[in-house]
Design a protein around this ligand. Structure first.
Ligand code: SF4
Length: 323
């Protein structure tokens, strides 16, 4: 088990690191990283321009190189970040991601990996010893509802294969399944619980996290189709918490998202999020002292709330026995 439970999860300094904007899926509610442009394109950008647009175009600058990514990880570590959640886009679409994960692990960072699962089994042996938490999405108890939610047709089968794989090869890290609760799958949430916790040949996730649909970025255009009220969301969370025999089912409502996360974009901007993502520092250009001042002095609430958002990782809430 790579999870150091000596250090309370709610005291951690967690940053979500989008290593790439590329993804094999096109979920209509995605608020992950944008797809970067080709790496050899000539760039002109202004360091204080939060959108990081290339002058005269609507394209962002490309994702950081491997060397730049390592420098940024060390910079984050030196200002106190101890936990990185790697996501994207789909992080495992980037060939260097296993090496990035290994590098961060070697520098004593705790690693959470948030993946859509498409490439997981082919890369798992390379990363399994470096991650503490693996997060997978599942938005329906059958292929049709996953597709209606906007996932690709192959997604449901991939997740099934992964749960069967872990049943036969129990992971040494925490497995979290995340479900976006929306108007489309509201009546299916209980069935997802049955699928996860009552299928004999599946490894049951250690954590099930329910997310209230959020209209940000792409989700703004699909809000009418997906949005659920706070009451609808909390009531379905209540039902499944009572119904299923694990003590680690938790919810993240829309209201607890705001100012609760730091993101690093593929091109190296540190961002916070409220009703939109806002860049607060260019990690390639900001020195450590300045960065420390920005995060600790100006955004201490985000550090605290980002930690609290991982309360579901506290040892008393996980089913894992730590060797
Ligand atoms: S799998 Fe994740 S990153 Fe990819 S499109 Fe869907 S929500 Fe966005």
């Amino acid at each position: 088990m790579n999870l150091n439970l000596e250090q309370p999860q709610d005291k951690r300094f967690v940053v979500d690191f989008w290593v790439t904007g590329k993804c094999d899926m096109e979920c209509p509610f995605c608020y992950g990283a944008d797809v970067p442009i080709k790496e050899n394109q000539a760039l002109v950008y202004h360091p204080t321009d939060e959108t990081k647009m290339i002058a005269g175009s609507d394209k962002r600058r490309p994702e950081m190189s491997f060397e730049q990514t390592k420098d940024v990880i060390l910079k984050l570590k030196n200002v106190g970040v101890d936990t990185l959640t790697f996501s994207g886009g789909e992080p495992l679409l980037r060939n260097e991601t296993p090496s990035i994960i290994e590098f961060a692990h070697k520098h004593s960072m705790q690693i959470y990996l948030s993946t859509n699962g498409t490439y997981l089994l082919s890369k798992y042996s390379r990363i399994k010893n470096f991650i503490s938490v693996l997060g997978l999405p599942l938005d329906g108890s059958n292929p049709e509802i996953n597709i209606a939610m906007g996932r690709k047709a192959y997604h449901f089968k991939n997740i099934k294969n992964i749960l069967e794989f872990f049943y036969n090869h129990p992971p040494n890290h925490i497995l979290k399944v995340g479900t976006i609760v929306s108007k489309v799958n509201l009546d299916d949430i209980e069935a997802i619980g049955k699928f996860l916790f009552e299928t004999v040949s599946f490894y049951s996730p250690d954590v099930w996290r329910l997310y209230q649909f959020e209209s940000l970025k792409d989700g703004l255009a699909t809000s009418d189709k997906y949005a659920v009220t706070d009451d609808e969301f909390l009531s379905v969370c209540d039902i499944v918490k009572k119904k299923f025999p694990i003590n680690n089912i938790s919810e993240r409502s829309r209201s607890t998202h705001s100012n609760s996360y730091f993101f690093v974009t593929p091109d190296g901007m540190l961002q916070t999020v409220s009703d939109k993502h806002t860049s607060i520092a260019d990690l390639l250009l900001t020195d450590e002292n300045e960065l420390k001042n920005i995060v600790e002095q100006q955004h201490s609430t985000v550090i605290k709330r980002a930690s609290q958002n991982r309360n579901w990782l506290n040892s008393k809430n996980t089913n894992k026995t730590i060797p």
